[in-house]
Design a protein around this ligand. Structure first.
Ligand SMILES: C[S@@+](CC[C@H](N)C(=O)[O-])C[C@H]1O[C@@H](n2cnc3c(N)ncnc32)[C@H](O)[C@@H]1O
Length: 210
């Protein structure tokens, strides 16, 4: 018999729904950098795995990259170590942004990925969005904005918490973008996400088509 895995009960932030609740949670979680301490204790694999998918494509180190939902900069730190020096970070929470070390991103700014972004069309060469497609955070509708701000042939890597993959319609949205020739899916793999909480994520690498 297949045992039902109730991912929603594993971390208290997964119970929140409104932007106000999410922002308040991150304000408290970022205090004393408890966010990074917790995720290190829980063996959070998403930044490293996502960057491995990204760098598998031999992307030019000078290309302009967006780390969307960058939080405290865990993805940016890995990209910097790998030689990418033209990376910008975007996050909803100013308190998370405040914790980013000064030399990780060329620029880091506040924005809401569930809304229209103040970013021109075809602006970024590539993007990552790690840990941010999860309960109560950013919806699949945001794919429209990623498609708009990225260029033709851009790579886009993102993780989706296994608990919301079907229930929030990410599975259908990914397929629909492929059917409509808005991107081609290069890989979609379910792998470990937060090990000590026994949560997996779908890691998706797509190439934008325009
Ligand atoms: C689990 S953290 C992941 C942060 C970082 N990418 C990492 O892997 O450590 C999720 C991040 O998504 C951000 N976030 C939540 N809702 C958002 C929204 N609507 N727009 C942009 N960022 C959002 C949060 O502020 C938080 O920093």
């Amino acid at each position: 018999m297949v045992k039902f895995k109730n991912t929603e009960d594993k971390i208290s932030i997964y119970k929140l729904n409104t932007p106000e609740e999410i922002l308040k949670y991150y304000k408290n979680w970022s205090a004393n950098n408890n966010y990074e301490k917790d995720l290190e204790d829980w063996n959070y694999h998403a930044p490293l795995l996502s960057c491995q998918f990204f760098t598998s494509q031999k992307i030019d180190q000078n290309s302009l990259i967006l780390d969307a939902g960058c939080g405290t900069g865990l993805v940016g730190k890995i990209l910097k170590d790998k030689g990418y020096n033209n990376v910008e970070g975007l996050d909803f929470s100013n308190e998370m942004l405040d914790l980013i070390p000064y030399d990780i991103y060329k620029k880091a700014y506040q924005a809401d990925l569930n809304k229209k972004l103040q970013i021109p069309d075809n602006f970024y060469d590539h993007a990552l969005c790690v840990g941010t497609f999860t309960y109560g955070h950013v919806r699949a509708k945001a794919f429209d904005e990623f498609h708009r701000i990225l260029k033709n042939s851009s790579y886009f890597v993102f993780s989706i918490n296994e608990g919301v993959f079907k229930s929030y319609g990410f599975d259908k949205a990914i397929s629909k973008f492929e059917e409509n020739k808005k991107w081609s899916v290069i890989s979609l793999e379910k792998k470990i996400y937060i090990e000590k909480k026994d949560i997996e994520a779908y890691y998706v690498l797509v190439k934008i088509m325009k």
